[in-house]
Design a protein around this ligand. Structure first.
Ligand SMILES: [Fe+2]
Ligand SMILES: [Fe+2]
Length: 188
C-alpha cells in the first residue's frame, strides 16, 4: 500500500492524472510550515502558564490553560494533516519560545491575549497570501482558523474584563475569578 505522499509525488510526474494535486507555492508553503511551529509554541506556552498557575494554587486557571494547550496541539495536527494531504512533509523545527516573567494571575492572561493576537495576524496573512495566489483550497482551509482565533481572543478578553472589575490586591477576588475561569473551561 503506497503512502499518500508517494502516490501524489508519483502522479505529480505523470502528465495526466486524476490524482494530481498541485501543491502550495513556495512562499505560502513556508508560511504554513511556520504556522505549525507557532501552534506548537502556543501549546508549550500554555503548558508553562498551566504549570505556573498550578504551583500558585490557581487550579481553575491551570485547567483552563491545560485545555488551551491541547487545543493548540489539535491546531498543529490539523495543519500537519493538510500538508500531508498535499504530499508535503510538515517540518517541526525547534520552537523558540521566550516567556516573560509572571508575577500575578492576570499577567498570564495579558500574555495570552498578546500570543493569540500574534497567531491571528499570522493566520490572516496566510489567508491573504492564499487569496493573492488564487489558492482557494488553502484560503478555504484557513477560514476555520480565522473563526477559531476570533473565539479564542474573545474568551481571553472576557476573562481580562473580569479582572478589570475587581480589586487586584484582594486575594479573595483573585481566587473567585480563578474559580470562575475553571468553570468556564469545564463548561465548554
Ligand atoms: Fe491555535
Ligand atoms: Fe490559540
Amino acid at each position: 500500500m503506497p503512502l499518500v505522499g508517494d502516490v501524489l509525488r508519483r502522479d505529480a510526474n505523470a502528465k495526466h492524472s486524476i490524482f494530481f494535486m498541485k501543491s502550495l507555492n513556495k512562499d505560502l508553503l513556508n508560511g504554513v510550515q511556520r504556522q505549525i511551529v507557532l501552534e506548537l509554541e502556543s501549546s508549550l506556552a500554555y503548558l508553562s502558564l498551566a504549570s505556573w498557575a498550578s504551583l500558585k494554587g490557581y487550579l481553575g486557571s491551570a485547567e483552563f490553560f491545560q485545555k488551551q494547550s491541547g487545543e493548540e496541539q489539535d491546531h498543529m495536527k490539523k495543519i500537519m494533516n493538510y500538508l500531508i494531504d498535499l504530499g508535503e512533509m510538515p517540518l517541526f523545527s525547534s520552537p523558540s519560545l521566550k516567556l516573560p516573567k509572571f508575577s500575578t494571575l492576570k499577567d498570564l492572561f495579558d500574555y495570552s491575549i498578546k500570543q493569540e493576537r500574534l497567531v491571528s495576524a499570522s493566520i490572516h496573512s496566510l489567508v491573504e497570501e492564499a487569496l493573492e495566489d488564487k489558492d482557494f483550497r488553502t484560503f478555504n482551509f484557513f477560514q476555520w482558523f480565522v473563526e477559531e482565533q476570533r473565539e479564542e481572543e474573545r474568551s481571553i478578553q472576557k476573562i481580562l474584563d473580569w479582572f478589570s472589575l475587581i480589586d487586584l490586591h484582594a486575594p479573595s477576588d483573585i481566587f473567585a475569578i480563578d474559580e470562575r475561569i475553571g468553570r468556564l473551561s469545564s463548561a465548554s
